[in-house]
Design a protein around this ligand. Structure first.
Ligand code: ADP
Length: 477
């Protein structure tokens, strides 16, 4: 029983579902991959913008330089070079304007290409602009870019004015000074815008990098923790199942030993009445005295009754071991009445007064086990009645106590010696081999445990015995 209890307590030791942990690891890995993918994409697009800005800035500076040179040496080649270089920031400007209005489009891509951006960077440039244009750091950079484009526009207008004056030969020294001053001022303002653009992107990149490091650390920690918990749970499960196997093994060894003992004793106990029967038949054959023959026949009957009792005990033992527990409505009253009527053949049974006080009758339990329990307790109470007493009685009670059903069988029989009390529930323990097989109370105890109950005994030698069976009132689902 201890072993069964141990298995139950091992089974009740529940571990968290490992599938949740596997799911956490899976989701964390997926998120980590996604976050890293998008962060790398954002960082790569940022790099492309910073790269583009350097072309923008170089184009604008070279254009300013060519325009100033043209302003003083009036060489048309310088004007061409100026226009050529100015196309770079202008191209970027076209891309910005069309992306803002129409999202990803051919014109924007062409604008970026004119802005000397690498063709492999076009996708990243467009993707970042379209998806993140409202994110604070990019919105701020786009604003700087817009201001820069306005200045480029002004530079273009100045270039046109310079060219017109040179073409009409109306350029004065005062004009030259004025234009030079305007070009320098635009160039200085553009430098500020360009610097702000780069530093805003740089700041954004750094923030993204920090965010990436933090999220990487968090998700890596989640993955490590989940994997560690998974392993510790699996190790615990292994330990629990190892213990379960050990307990089951112990149980098997015990069951094997019990079976060995059972087979040995059963064969011995089955043979002994046959041996005595054979002896009785032999001496009866030689006997002529009819009274003596009757006496021998009575002894033969006793031998056969003993064997019958033993076989019926073995059948009970086997039923109790093999048959499934079936919870059903049973009447304790009916079981008691049936058992008493079947046991009336036992010697002295008719001289005993039976009293019944059944406060509980209909219960939900296993009928077969209850029959085995009640029949064995009653048969013992009859077998071990004290016929030296004037009035022999057996009292049967059923009641509910502390939420449990109680079945009580008491008698004023010969009682049980204190030194025997500890052994009466053991297999083959019997004080009187003529009266029983020693299996009855062993089977009773097993049957009681099968229906999740327990049995206790109170007995005093020469006074009587009381057996109390406690079983649950309900067995749940
Ligand atoms: P048996 O077949 O010998 O009766 P049991 O397992 O039923 O085997 O009982 C074991 C022993 O317990 C009996 O031999 C007897 O000594 C004692 N016993 C059981 N019930 C009673 C009782 N009601 N009164 C006195 N002794 C009892």
């Amino acid at each position: 029983m201890k072993i069964i209890h141990k298995i139950r307590s091992l089974k009740s030791f529940r571990l968290p579902n490992v599938f949740i942990l596997i799911l956490i690891v899976f989701i964390s890995c997926a998120l980590l991959i996604c976050i890293n993918f998008f962060t790398i994409k954002i960082l790569s697009a940022n790099r492309a913008y910073v790269n583009g800005e350097s072309h923008y800035s170089k184009g604008q500076k070279d254009a300013s330089l060519h325009l100033i040179t043209y302003l003083y040496n009036k060489d048309p080649n310088q004007y061409k070079l100026y226009l050529e270089e100015l196309k770079v920031p202008q191209g970027d400007g076209i891309a910005r304007k069309t992306l803002l209005k129409a999202g990803d489009n051919k014109v924007a891509r062409q604008g970026f290409t004119i802005g000397r951006n690498h063709k492999d960077d076009l996708d990243d440039l467009v993707w970042l602009f379209v998806n993140f244009k409202n994110v604070p750091f990019l919105a701020k950079a786009i604003h700087e870019w817009e201001e820069g484009d306005a200045l480029i526009e002004k530079l273009f207008i100045i270039g046109t004015q310079v060219n017109a004056k040179i073409q009409h030969n109306t350029l004065t020294v005062a004009d030259q000074i004025k234009f030079l001053h305007q070009i320098s001022s635009i160039s200085a303002k553009l430098t500020i815008n360009e610097r702000n653009f780069s530093s805003t992107l740089g700041e954004g990149t750094r923030k993204i990098k920090n965010l990436l490091i933090i999220t990487n650390i968090i998700f890596t920690l989640i993955i490590i923790l989940s994997v560690c918990s998974y392993y510790s749970i699996m190790v615990k499960r292994l330990i629990v199942s190892k213990k379960e196997i050990e307990v089951k093994n112990e149980n098997l060894i015990l069951a094997n030993n019990e079976l060995d003992r059972f087979v040995y004793s059963a064969s011995h106990d089955l043979r002994s009445p046959i041996t005595s029967l054979k002896g009785l038949i032999e001496i009866t054959q030689l006997e002529d005295d009819i009274d003596q023959i009757r006496d021998y026949l009575r002894l033969m009957y006793q031998s056969l009754a003993k064997q019958d009792q033993f076989i019926s005990d073995i059948i009970d033992y086997s039923k109790n071991k093999r048959k499934q527990i079936i919870m059903e409505p049973v009447s304790l009253q009916e079981i008691f009445n049936e058992a008493i009527s079947q046991l009336m053949h036992i010697e002295n049974a008719s001289k005993i007064t039976f009293t019944q006080e059944l406060l509980v009758d209909q219960i939900e339990s296993d009928g077969l086990r209850l029959k085995i329990i009640i029949s064995n307790l009653l048969s013992n109470a009859i077998k071990y009645a004290d016929n030296t007493k004037q009035e022999m009685f057996i009292s049967i009670k059923t009641y509910i106590h502390e939420g449990f059903n109680k079945i009580e069988v008491s008698d004023n029989g010969i009682g049980i010696n204190d030194d025997c009390k500890d052994y009466i529930f053991e297999m083959y323990f019997g004080t009187n081999k003529n009266k029983g097989s020693g299996l009855g109370l062993y089977i009773v105890k097993e049957a009681v445990e099968n229906i999740k109950g327990n049995i206790s005994v109170f007995s005093e030698s020469n006074i009587g015995s009381k057996f109390i069976v406690t079983i649950p009132t309900s067995y749940g689902a």
